[in-house]
Design a protein. Structure first.
Length: 450
């Protein structure tokens, strides 16, 4: 089981960003000037343990890898910016290759869209244009051959793993993937393992365009409506707000219960997406985040991945390691500290223990003359029901807690004596951080919380 976090390399200055955004610009520039848009809005999001780091420093890259490794991550997936032979933000990857440090697995996601002033890949205000052609396809993959040859590069079935952020932009995706595979074989590889990211409404079967699998990329392709209550909450204090506010809990629940397609799909879990630092009053915000929700989402995805795919194809992605300006990162911040990473470690451990359970069931069924598929289905159904009960109860507590806190704030009730404080004690008793399942029905009557 391999859990891989997307990695943004935009934390060091480059001449192009100096020209486009101002001298010394990095993503920290946006992060530090963000302001909260409403009461309870977690902005600005400021780093803790690693500080406002510069990726030109080897110590920073080493510490990032150590933190990731200590908390169960298998590797990083670097966003790779290549424009007709010109590379941007490639210094961290270049130094990783040249120094051979840190000793931590990695792969690449080709960010194959235009670089624009709006940060969204659209045609507005293009800063550097992406041009796709057979010649560029060949040049691109040849540039990567030496990267694929690095012993740390992540492989699937002994094939280098390459993700493409927006494959629909290729004029002929099948031709592109064929060219890439041809060049990889010439270089001595058996083949490539190609994945297209599920972005900009692209749900197409990857096999039709020469890809081996699809990778989810939330918040892209979410089939969930924004929260009218949260939207009204923001526009009441920010009338010019043109973005959208979603409920993180509802998002996590919807993604956890989304049906798997027939083709190979690698799931991705995100943290609290919020690009206010980049978009201001046109931001997309996923409010009502909690570490509990994130942990449950990740643990469930890992379990299902282990159940569904063979060892070599057990990949789960996290968005992201360090997307600070988009509010989704595992690195420690000043509010949660190491909680994101600790939750990740617990979820990975829980998922891996589930894999051991399934293996034991397989062995048991051989001696008990029981169809292993029937046995697995029964266990999975039981576990699924417990998931749904816990999530439902947790949401009920959260909703009531939010309403009570709002009323108590108006009345000026001190926290230690408040009802909301008691609700939180109840929540923490029922749902401690961690994914160990509890026999809730034996200790609480559901009607008390409804």
């Amino acid at each position: 089981m391999k859990t891989i976090a997307f990695y943004l390399p935009q934390f060091h200055p480059i001449p192009e960003n100096d020209k486009w955004w101002g001298k010394g610009f990095t993503d920290w520039t946006n992060v530090t000037r963000a302001n909260p848009l409403f009461n309870g809005h977690f902005q600005p999001r400021l780093p803790a343990d690693l500080g406002y780091y510069d990726l030109r420093l080897a110590d920073v890259r080493r510490e990032q890898a150590n933190l990731a490794k200590e908390n169960g991550l298998h590797g990083f997936c670097y966003h790779y910016y290549w424009f007709n032979g010109k590379k941007l933000l490639d210094l961290p990857l270049t130094m990783l290759l040249e120094s051979k440090e840190p000793d931590f697995p990695f792969c690449i996601c080709y960010a194959n869209e235009n670089w624009t002033r709006r940060w969204d890949g659209q045609e507005n205000e293009i800063l550097i244009k992406q041009e796709h052609s057979v010649e560029n396809d060949r040049h691109f993959i040849r540039d990567l051959i030496s990267v694929f040859q690095d012993k740390r590069y992540i492989q699937v079935h002994k094939k280098p793993l390459l993700l493409v952020y927006r494959s629909s932009l290729f004029p002929d995706p099948l031709q592109t993937t064929n060219v890439w595979r041809e060049e990889a074989r010439k270089a001595g590889f058996e083949d490539l393992y190609l994945c297209k990211c599920q972005t900009f409404g692209d749900f197409e079967n990857p096999g039709k365009t020469g890809f081996d699998a699809t990778v989810e990329f939330p918040p892209h392709c979410l089939e969930i409506a924004y929260s009218y209550a949260y939207q009204d909450m923001v526009t009441s204090v920010q009338p010019s707000f043109t973005g959208y506010v979603f409920d993180y809990f509802d998002t996590a629940a919807a993604m956890m219960n989304r049906k798997w397609p027939e083709h190979t799909l690698f799931k991705t879990v995100m943290l609290a997406w919020d690009n206010t630092a980049r978009r201001g009053l046109s931001a997309n915000i996923f409010h009502n985040f909690s570490v509990d929700y994130y942990e449950r989402w990740l643990a469930k995805v890992i379990k299902r991945t282990i159940q569904k795919y063979p060892d070599e194809e057990q990949l789960v992605f996290i968005n992201a390691w360090n997307e600070w300006a988009e509010g989704t990162y595992l690195e420690p911040d000043q509010k949660y500290g190491l909680e994101y990473l600790e939750a990740t470690k617990r979820a990975i451990a829980a998922g891996q223990s589930w894999g051991t359970i399934l293996a034991d069931l397989e062995e048991f069924s051989k001696h008990a003359n029981i169809d292993p598929k029937v046995l697995k289905k029964g266990i999975l159904t039981y576990d699924e029901n417990k998931d749904n009960v816990e999530v439902s109860l947790l949401k009920t507590i959260q909703e009531k807690d939010a309403r009570i806190r709002a009323l108590e704030a108006q009345l000026g009730v001190p926290r230690p004596h408040s009802l909301s404080f008691k609700y939180r004690e109840l929540r923490d008793k029922l749902f401690p951080h961690g994914t160990k399942r509890r026999e809730i029905a034996k200790s609480i009557k559901y009607k008390l919380l409804i």
